[in-house]
Design a protein around this ligand. Structure first.
Ligand SMILES: Nc1ncnc2c1ncn2[C@@H]1O[C@H](COP(=O)(O)OP(=O)(O)OP(=O)(O)O)[C@@H](O)[C@H]1O
Ligand SMILES: [Mg+2]
Length: 263
């Protein structure tokens, strides 16, 4: 793993984010930083607040309290269109692909390239291949319906689609949950390509091995609160699991915090 000696660009910064659903405190005073060219994993047990945090970032839910700044500027993210407009793309677990459409149509859905009033199929197909090649994606044909692709290939198409709008932050919610060993490796590889492109990547995962394989930093949520901000190189899987389950509390792990800031 190589790090630039230049200070990383601060893409996204959340401070004091709280969110309740009725009596349930889903998030309490949560902080999160994401830098350009960094993969940050968000881990935590079921109900820890991971998806709620993602939904706040993608404009699905407003936070009750706390500030979000994007590239140093305070922002409100009122709906998914605003999130996308800022450059935050979220890939949900269901992928939201159109099964009956081919790969090209899925990649460009809603952002189709036009020529003389019609669809510019040639340009869209060429740019699809360029994008998939840059990602080292193994898709046999861009003209097959995505229903015919494997789970891993569908994940790859969903990730490639998120890049068409040239985002700065990509959020992946459990991208490997339904995948086999080889497909998981391919998707993890793709996440490394996203980092190389200088994107900030937020990875939600329950799989500690995947998280250790691909992320630079791990933000642990426990019962809706921060419970560790760990530099992957500094921690063992036991330490990560300890932070998730509460065997280690945040104060013990605070010493590892400056990872991204100092690099
Ligand atoms: N729309 C909602 N209405 C009411 N309660 C909600 C809603 N969304 C989430 N919650 C509650 O907020 C808490 C955090 O949920 P969240 O889905 O963010 O957890 P998670 O970390 O994503 O869990 P998992 O690993 O199971 O996906 C839970 O107690 C959940 O029941
Ligand atoms: Mg969730």
């Amino acid at each position: 793993m190589t790090y630039s000696t230049q200070p990383a660009e601060h893409l996204l910064s959340l401070r004091g984010i709280s969110k309740r659903f009725g009596a349930v405190r889903a998030l309490t005073d949560v902080d999160l930083d994401v830098y350009a060219g960094e993969v940050v994993a968000i881990v935590g047990d079921n109900g820890a607040g991971k998806s709620t945090l993602v939904k706040i970032l993608s404009g699905v839910h407003p936070q009750d309290a706390g500030e979000i700044s994007f590239e140093g500027v305070p922002v409100t993210i009122s709906n998914p269109t605003e999130a996308r407009g800022l450059g935050i793309e979220t890939i949900y677990q269901d992928l939201s692909l159109c099964d009956n459409l081919d790969v090209v149509s899925n990649l460009w859905l809603g952002r189709e390239l036009l020529t003389n009033g019609g669809l510019d199929e040639v340009a869209m197909e060429q740019q699809s291949w360029t994008l998939l090649r840059e990602l080292n994606a193994r898709i046999p044909s861009v003209r097959v319906p995505v229903a015919a692709l494997s789970g891993g290939q569908r994940q790859v198409v969903a990730i490639a689609r998120s890049l068409v709008g040239d985002p700065k932050v990509v959020i992946l919610d459990e991208p490997t949950a339904a995948l086999g060993v080889a497909q998981t490796a391919e998707v993890l590889n793709l996440i490394e390509r996203l980092r190389e492109r200088g994107l900030g990547v937020i990875l939600i995962s329950h799989n500690i091995a995947d998280v250790q394989a691909v992320s630079d930093r791990i933000v642990v949520l426990r019962l809706g609160r921060n419970n560790g901000d760990l530099r992957v190189a500094d921690v063992t899987s036991e330490m990560i699991i300890g932070a998730i389950t509460g065997a280690s509390d945040a104060s013990l792990l605070r010493g590892t915090r400056p990872a991204a800031v100092a690099r």
